[in-house]
Design a protein around this ligand. Sequence first.
Ligand code: ZN
Length: 153
Amino acid sequence: MSDWKQEVDEIVYDGKICVPYSWTVGTTLSRWYGQLRDDGEIWANRCPKCGKVFVPPKNKCIYCYEDAGDWVKLPGTGTVETFTVVYYSEPAHQPKEPPIIYAVIRMDEADTGIVHLIDEVDPEKVEIGMRVEAVLKDDRQGELKDIKYFKPI
Ligand SMILES: [Zn+2]
């Protein structure tokens, strides 16, 4: 008697599963996204113990674990801390046609960086230390994409 499992080539079908879901961003980020959507303002929050200012805001300080404290309105400007330029095209997963400039931007009056796009500049001219400002959408939805990108100032 033969072992039929060893004699059969397995047939594999490719498929795709779509799993819609919803999740809450929590009270801290709900306030942050709401301020961005409703007022077109970028806010941060400050740790009452060490004074670090976080954007996006945190529920707890990542350095000393204190509950977050005061809210701080940021001016919407910052400095490029690091960046990369993507030339590879993958339209289904990219926010725009390449080249795409992704950067970590240290917002003025904050101690953390925010990852976002840079636009309105030749990718060859972007550099660490470049000063930038946020460009917001007119029709904001309460999401990070309400900031269209940052542009040089
Ligand atoms: Zn702290």
